[in-house]
Write a protein that binds this ligand. Structure first.
Ligand code: GUN
Ligand code: ZN
Length: 656
């Protein structure tokens, strides 16, 4: 990656991120939209776009500039920024799309790259080969090979320009992934996903999803990803949730030329509208009948403005959703506006895709997870916890008492029931049959079990998943549906003389298991425990073992924060790289004194760490330095050359 390029994650949700992308002409906040500028026809000048919509970067076409003598010579003498009168970052495309649309064009792959460099473009694009959706796999492979060959030569001549190398591969996920991997190994800076315009025009969003996922799987996570030609805000939320950072829109002008208006839910023809269903400055100023009567040229400008207001509005909505941890809710809401998007969500339920998404999903959010439809039960936050429940969690016995879904937190609603059950059979595993699936009472405060809102009446898919999860959890065990005194009588039969563990201790051990793994509780809590609870809420606050402060429990999400003593126990008992973020020798003294860990100093990390997971920080000799909280997963820690990766909580040395 170029020394001029810097991309950092600032906030995140799903596999989406709010990023900061540095270029020579300023820093851009992503996700963002680059309006397409026709250098021949500045209908809304880019400078005005900045004022009207907060546009930070635009995209124009170097092939068009090069083809027109006047534009070419002005661009070469004054630079592209003067040419279109914009002092922010400018990206250019290369003519690939023109060649796809109009057949062979007269451009040399290297000449167009050096031309972009010479007119001082911030991000230039190689002349990739557009892979159409109707290609055979062999044809697509040839197009990918040519694209990769051109990319290899192009990166050598990019100079100080950032270079975009598009991922091609038609509709074939394996080809997309290989293409992405090969491009990822090059000194490229930016990766559009190409060849998707016809797929989006046909609203084949399931195919689009497979393409985005395959491309993302192959690319290093630190490269900004651009969905080439995605100009309709309907697809922005899904694409962002899958990890796309940049969109470009010529749709705003194309639609305006045909009297069409972009809405958050679709598109409509001005003539078909009874009222203006929008309150942007244009739609607030005009009535529908006035707008219909405006003279054509002016109407194009007005509709373009409306279209850009809606598109940038969607970008702001998405950034907000990321910051608040509700991006999936937003994606699902969008999907309810268009059946084709429902098919896309279905793709995400496939285990391999779900698995990939889970790696990027933060461990906790500061808002409750909302049920927004049948897709909700497949959300990575939920599938992750069920994976852990089935594979890590150890029920306290084979006798399971099932309580019906109720008000959360369950252990307060069922306080008397729990104490009645405990008095006759303290070993019984008490589980709530929640809308998501089984929730053992001892982990009912963990995210997202307590922090989720489901309706009382769920759809068939969710109901099916709920019973599937319950059956898996109770397989081979004795399952008693709670029925008051009758259940208590039956439970008496199962009473045994095993030592009784307090509910609080069970909770502490169960949370540690679900958070750190099946063998962590024994290590963290290897002696007599002292559990301190909040006087106000009765919730567990701090856990001491042999008078060492091991962990604190966060009231909001019910997970532990790791204290230094806890971290040291994990460090002592588990070998590297488990729980670890390993930093280089030059960073170690700073971390030891409590400074944040920046990703450029990270040598390696535990592959099972997730964003917002607790971790221990060590040096290359596995010397313990600190405990902290990850902002990135391992893949990201290794690939990002800058930005914060771990926030330190407690460190080994007092700072001087
Ligand atoms: N514009 C829309 N799609 C593409 C593509 O695949 N490649 C390039 N270079 N530009 C595009
Ligand atoms: Zn409007």
């Amino acid at each position: 990656m170029s020394e001029f390029m810097q991309f950092e994650i600032k906030k995140r949700d799903a596999a989406g991120r709010i990023g900061r992308l540095k270029t020579r002409h300023g820093t851009v906040t992503t996700p963002t939209l680059l309006p397409v500028i026709n250098p021949n026809k500045l209908i809304i000048p880019p400078k005005e776009m900045k004022r009207l919509f907060g546009t930070e970067m635009v995209i124009t076409n170097s092939y068009i500039i090069k083809k027109h003598d006047d534009l070419r010579s002005r661009a070469l003498s004054e630079g592209v920024h003067k040419l279109i009168d914009f002092d922010g970052p400018i990206m250019t495309d290369s003519g690939t799309f023109q060649s796809y649309k109009y057949g062979d064009i007269d451009v040399d792959p290297l000449e167009i790259v050096t031309f972009q460099r010479d007119i001082d473009v911030d991000i230039g694009t190689i002349l990739d080969v557009f892979g159409t959706p109707d290609q055979t796999e062999d044809e697509a492979k040839r197009a990918v090979n040519t694209t990769v060959e051109r990319a290899k030569k192009s990166v050598l001549v990019k100079g100080h320009m950032l270079i975009a190398c598009p991922v091609q591969g038609s509709v074939y996920p394996r080809l997309r992934e290989t293409c992405a991997k090969k491009l990822g190994e090059l000194d490229a800076d930016f990766h559009p996903i190409g060849g998707v315009v016809p797929i989006m025009e046909q609203q084949r969003y399931a195919t689009l999803t497979r393409i985005i996922l395959a491309s993302k799987k192959g690319l290093p996570p630190n490269r900004p990803v651009h969905l080439f030609g995605a100009g309709h805000p309907l697809v922005f939320p899904l694409a962002v949730a899958l990890g796309c950072d940049i969109f470009d829109s010529s749709a705003y002008i194309k639609y305006a030329l045909e009297d069409r208006m972009i809405h958050p839910w679709g598109t409509s023809h001005l003539q078909d509208l009874e009222e203006l269903p929008c309150s942007c400055p244009i739609c607030s100023k005009y009535t529908i009948s006035e707008l219909k009567k405006v003279e054509k040229k002016e109407r194009i400008r007005l509709l373009s403005e409306h279209n850009l207001h809606i598109s940038f509005g969607e970008i702001r909505t998405i950034r907000n959703a990321i910051a608040q941890g509700v991006l999936w809710e937003h994606v699902e809401q969008k999907a309810s506006m268009n059946p084709a998007l429902q098919d896309a969500l279905k793709e995400l339920e496939k285990p391999s895709n779900n698995h990939w998404l889970e790696q990027f999903e933060p461990m906790v959010k500061n808002r409750a997870l909302f049920y927004t439809g049948h897709h909700t039960t497949y959300r990575p936050e939920i599938t992750r916890m069920y994976h852990r429940l089935f594979n890590w969690y150890k029920p306290s016995s084979d006798i399971i008492v099932l309580l019906p879904e109720s008000v959360k937190p369950y252990h307060l609603t069922y306080e008397t029931v729990i104490s009645d059950i405990q008095s006759v059979c303290p070993q019984a595993e008490i589980v709530v049959d929640s809308m998501m699936g089984p929730v053992p009472i001892v982990i009912d405060e963990m995210y997202p079990f307590a922090q989720s809102i489901f309706p009382q009446c769920i759809d068939k898919d969710t109901s099916h998943m709920r019973s599937k999860r319950l059956n898996r959890f109770t397989r081979g065990k004795t399952k008693l549906q709670w029925a008051g005194n009758n259940t208590l009588k039956e439970l008496e039969r199962y009473m045994n003389s095993e030592p009784v563990v307090s509910m609080d201790e069970k909770r502490v051990r169960a949370v540690a298991t679900m958070q750190f793994g099946p063998d962590a509780a024994e290590v963290l809590f290897d002696g007599p425990l002292h559990i301190v609870k909040s006087k106000n809420t009765g919730k567990i606050r701090n856990v001491y073992c042999n008078s060492d402060h091991i962990v604190s429990m966060r009231a909001g999400d019910g997970l532990f924060t790791l204290k230094k003593s806890g971290g040291k126990k994990l460090h002592k008992h588990f070998s590297s790289p488990r729980f670890r973020v390993i930093v280089s020798a030059d960073a170690a003294p700073f971390v030891e004194e409590g400074k944040s860990v920046f990703s450029k100093f990270i040598c390696d990390a535990d592959n099972d760490l997730r964003p917002l997971d607790e971790c221990i920080v060590v040096d290359e000799k596995d010397r313990f330095l600190a405990v902290g909280r990850c902002l990135l997963n391992r893949m990201e820690m290794i690939s990002f050359p800058s930005g914060q990766a771990v926030k330190i909580r407690e460190h080994e040395k007092e700072s001087k």
